[in-house]
Design a protein around this ligand. Structure first.
Ligand code: ADP
Ligand code: ZN
Length: 193
């Protein structure tokens, strides 16, 4: 654990569902490939929507990834990598503080750390892991989707059950796609009750 170099940095890609976070993560990794820099991609084990060993965007692009439960599984597997990417950071099973410390440790080690994740849960509350890591990151890009109701910029993930807002006491993490979540703007978002 001594590889300190000036290239260590954290880049956060955040936003609501369908805002293009995974597409942007894949775009940055493609550039890393073009630069011929060794990299590793990790994905939380919880996110099994598209099969386990890949990060996949809603637009259909994908890259192979290593499933992990904890941020602390990354450092022992880094080998010669210069870049590590973690998709859907909010799905890791660690506490937000552990995720913050883990990202800091990887960047302090000299790695370029690319992370993507939801900035807010379905109740439109902050996902603390993303909030904490964004505070210390060198670069934060917040993306927006398109509100399916009105066509404005969508910034919130609406969870629906039988076309009604999911109740406020439902679990925070429920993995799903278009059948369960819609992108909505602030005005069209219906609060969970
Ligand atoms: P995220 O990782 O933020 O959930 P993805 O990168 O997986 O987003 O997918 C982004 C893609 O989702 C867009 O390029 C578009 O093809 C598709 N998409 C589906 N619904 C929407 C929407 N409401 N607004 C914007 N893009 C959408
Ligand atoms: Zn709207």
């Amino acid at each position: 654990m001594t590889r300190l170099s000036s290239s260590g940095r954290i880049e956060v890609i955040c936003g609501c569902m369908y805002s293009g976070k995974t597409e942007e993560l894949i775009r940055r990794i493609r550039q890393v490939q073009i630069a011929r820099q060794p990299f590793r991609i990790f994905t939380p084990k919880l996110d099994t929507r598209y099969g386990r060993n890949q990060v996949a965007s809603h637009a259909g692009t994908w890259l192979e990834a290593q499933p992990i439960s904890s941020i602390n599984e990354i450092l022992p597997q880094v080998d010669d990598a210069q870049v590590v990417a973690i998709d859907e950071l909010h799905f890791l099973e660690d506490s937000p503080e552990t995720i913050l410390a883990g990202c800091q440790q990887l960047a302090d080690y000299g790695l370029r750390v690319l992370v993507s994740g939801l900035d807010q849960n379905y109740r439109a509350e902050p996902f603390m892991a993303l909030a904490l890591v964004s505070a210390v990151a060198e670069q934060v890009d917040k993306l927006y989707a398109i509100c399916v109701r009105c066509g404005a910029y969508g910034t919130r993930s609406q969870r629906l059950i039988d076309n009604k807002p999911a109740p406020a006491d439902a679990p925070t993490i429920v993995v799903g796609g278009l059948e369960l979540y819609e992108a909505r703007c602030r005005a069209c978002y219906e609060p969970a009750r």
